[in-house]
Ligand binder design. Structure first.
Ligand code: CA
Length: 221
């Protein structure tokens, strides 16, 4: 799941990024409304957390920009403003929820879950590939019942491929789903992770994660 956080307060922005990454989100951030609006309209996100009082462009204007671009991504607004007309304007512009600052992280995660339940099915799922079982809710992979010690990125890569079993995922698609915008698209990070993942899977690693020359990777059906 890819998330965008638009928040000018560094402390809140970093705190949210670190915590949501721990939960398995890929998190991009923007420090002002203009950059946030640009990222929201040029990338595919599953959820956007948007502060209201921002430099260069208000959160309300950012919501308007996003909806004008015909994107239906759920938006949760954060704001110190408690006045009802403010909230109503944000909802009218197309925000899905409004959380008043100071907020608790727990409350925000609950609200995200509620908002996501509407357009997305986030039921936990299990994928089986050969002797591997992937548990999305626990972020765990077992081989013949024994847990594999995967890093978070390795897990996300495998999950991403498993969800699209049989389909080729391009390098770009995998990078976009597993790393945030700060990744250098020309680095060999993806290749290194695939290599390590195959090693951890063991002897049949190469047969499970297949390289499709010139196109990307896929998990055989
Ligand atoms: Ca602010």
């Amino acid at each position: 799941m890819r998330m965008l956080i638009i928040e000018d307060e560094q402390e809140i922005r970093e705190y949210l990024k670190i915590n949501f990454e721990k939960e398995g989100y890929v998190v991009d951030t923007a420090e002002d409304g203009e950059h946030g609006s640009y990222l929201a309209r040029t990338n595919e996100y599953q959820i956007i957390i948007l502060d209201h009082i921002l430099p260069k462009k208000t959160g309300l204007k950012v919501v308007e920009d996003i909806r004008e671009s015909l994107r239906s991504v759920p938006i949760i607004m954060l704001s110190v403003e408690t006045a009802i007309p403010n909230k109503i304007n944000c909802f009218k512009a197309g925000a899905d929820d409004y959380v008043t600052k100071p907020f608790s992280y727990q409350e925000l995660t609950m609200r995200i879950k509620t908002v996501l339940k509407r357009p997305y099915d986030i039921k936990s799922s299990t994928y089986t590939i050969n002797d591997l079982t992937i548990y999305t809710d626990k972020q765990q992979v077992t081989k013949n019942g024994k847990e594999l010690p995967l890093t978070r990125k390795e897990f996300m890569l495998l999950e991403c491929l498993a969800k699209e079993k049989g389909r080729v995922l391009t390098r770009g698609a995998l990078m976009e789903n597993v790393w945030d915008m700060n990744i250098d698209p020309f680095s060999n990070t993806l290749e290194t992770h695939i290599l390590n993942l195959r090693k951890k899977i063991g002897k049949n690693g190469k047969n499970i994660i297949k390289t499709v020359t010139g196109r990307g990777y896929r998990i055989a059906e």
